[in-house]
Design a protein around this ligand. Structure first.
Ligand code: C2E
Ligand code: MG
Ligand code: MG
Length: 445
């Protein structure tokens, strides 16, 4: 059984989450602190808009705290962005003596936006960053003045300019330190990942795949990182960083080498001789020019029949030129290696793509299997997906089967193969082999 540990990846996210958690109340506090000042100089127009901003920031803070941090951050940034544009145009009008300074806050908004984008990538967040930087560039390089403006007197602006600039310099330092800290966590993980392959810290776990009678027909190889201090780490916690660091091809080659060695070993035992092993291949790895030749060489070196290997690709491989992709898949098919499309339904594959790709299997993502329990809409969606796969002449495997109800339902949809905790969790090689032998012994008695 694997133990899940907080990892660098989650640590980095926690770190950014914490930074966002601090940024929201800080922004509300700063905005609130200006209200008494504007009351003092009796500028009721500014009191009104600063109070509105304060209310918005407090609301965003509460949304971020209790509901959704990204949404809270987005709302806060939008409110600040509007306020800064408004304030810079109407009140902070540059004169010969005192320059405009309020637009400098746009840099802080862009920096906060970048931090939030690292946690949760959205188009809206990108747009806010872009608008902040564009606004900063315009206000910095021109001394925009409009007739309708209501400029604050220079005597007031000269004092506030000092306050703004000192405060902004401090904020920029804090922001840069926070982002730097986040990057340090990420680069520590990259360093450790790079040395993990030569140090033999990876291990393959195996999860059974069964047919309609519940009989074992194969296994999916799933990578685990056996970290010397943190124990077993699940792939979801280190694969995103390995992808960013360009390590997926090295990691994938290690997986293939070890999977094929295990297959060679299985060939010598009657209980495992016919099992097909499914191996996950990342897009980066699959698209390497020598992927096919290396794979065939490895199979030949260990004298393993290509028909015992199944490659699981996700829709992320569709980034490449489709004809090139089809060509590569056909070569693999020609050698007898089958290909499955993993996590089917979660990506963007269009029907025309699916029709053209030489696939053997579609793996229905477990989120759809889970949706069966959610009522008739979930169930009819799963039925349609299975039907569509069958219409395309593909074998259907249902992932994430956790109970008999799901198994029966997917059977009724016509799926041929199944995988999930109901049949067995991913386990270390030794445990997997012991279980198979146990099953054979049970059958003999
Ligand atoms: P995947 O290929 O879709 O693998 C199935 C994942 O679902 C596995 O998570 C497995 O433990 C989990 N799972 C299986 N049955 C059930 C179930 O009944 N209920 C639930 N809740 N989960 C179930 P795991 O091992 O954490 O792997 C996660 C993902 O990491 C894999 O998703 C795959 O995309 C990737 N991955 C794993 N090993 C490798 C590898 O060697 N190379 C590459 N490129 N990716 C890998
Ligand atoms: Mg898979
Ligand atoms: Mg999957």
């Amino acid at each position: 059984m694997t133990r899940s540990h907080p990892t660098f990846h989650t640590e980095r996210l926690q770190h950014l989450h914490y930074a966002c958690r601090c940024a929201l109340p800080l922004a509300a506090l700063v905005s609130g602190a200006w209200i008494p000042f504007f009351v003092l100089i009796q500028n009721w127009h500014l009191v009104a808009i600063e109070s509105t901003l304060f209310a918005f920031l407090t609301l965003s803070w509460q949304i971020g705290r209790h509901w959704n941090m990204s949404l809270g951050m987005l709302l806060a940034q939008m409110a600040c962005l509007l306020f800064i544009f408004y304030f810079s145009i109407y009140f902070d009008v540059p004169s010969e003596e005192v320059p405009r300074v309020s637009h400098l806050y746009l840099l802080i908004i862009a920096l906060a936006g970048y931090g939030n984008f690292q946690r949760d990538r959205s188009q809206l967040q990108l747009a806010i960053i872009f608008l902040s930087l564009a606004g900063f560039a315009v206000f910095s390089s021109t001394s925009l003045r409009f007739d309708f403006a209501l400029p604050l007197p220079d005597s007031v602006r000269s004092i506030t300019a000092w306050i703004h600039v000192s405060f902004l310099a401090a904020l920029l330092c804090v922001g840069v330190i926070l982002l730097q800290e986040g990057m340090t966590v990420d680069s520590k993980l990259r360093r450790e990942l790079r040395s993990a392959i030569p140090r033999q810290q990876f291990e393959l776990f195996f999860q059974p795949q069964v047919n309609r009678d519940g009989r074992l027909i194969g296994a999916e190889a799933l990578i685990r990182w056996k970290h010397p201090k943190r124990g077993y780490i699940q792939p979801g916690h280190f694969i995103p960083t390995a992808e960013r660091a360009g390590l997926m091809a090295d990691l994938g080659n290690w997986v293939i080498e070890n999977a094929v060695k295990t297959l060679a070993d299985w060939t010598t035992h009657q209980s495992t001789r016919d099992l097909v092993m499914a191996v996950n291949i990342s897009a980066d790895h699959f698209l390497k020019h020598d992927f096919v030749s290396r794979l065939i060489d490895t199979l030949n070196a260990h004298q393993v029949s290509p028909s015992r290997l199944k490659l699981e690709l996700t829709e992320s491989v569709f980034v490449t030129e489709v004809d090139e992709l089809i060509g590569k898949m056909k070569v693999l098919q020609h050698h007898g290696i089958s290909i499955a499309l993993d996590d089917f339904g979660t990506g963007y594959s269009s029907l025309s793509y699916l029709r053209r790709l030489p696939l053997q299997q579609l793996k229905i993502d477990r989120s759809f299997v889970r949706a069966i329990a959610e009522g008739s809409r979930g169930a009819s969606l799963v039925t349609r997906i299975s039907q569509m796969g069958q219409d395309l002449g593909l074998e259907m495997l249902a992932e994430g089967i956790e109970n008999d109800e799901q198994f029966q339902f997917m059977l009724s949809c016509g799926c041929q193969s199944f995988q999930g905790y109901y049949f067995g969790r991913p386990v270390a090689l030794e445990t997997f082999e012991e279980r198979i032998r146990g099953l054979i012994n049970q059958a003999d008695h």
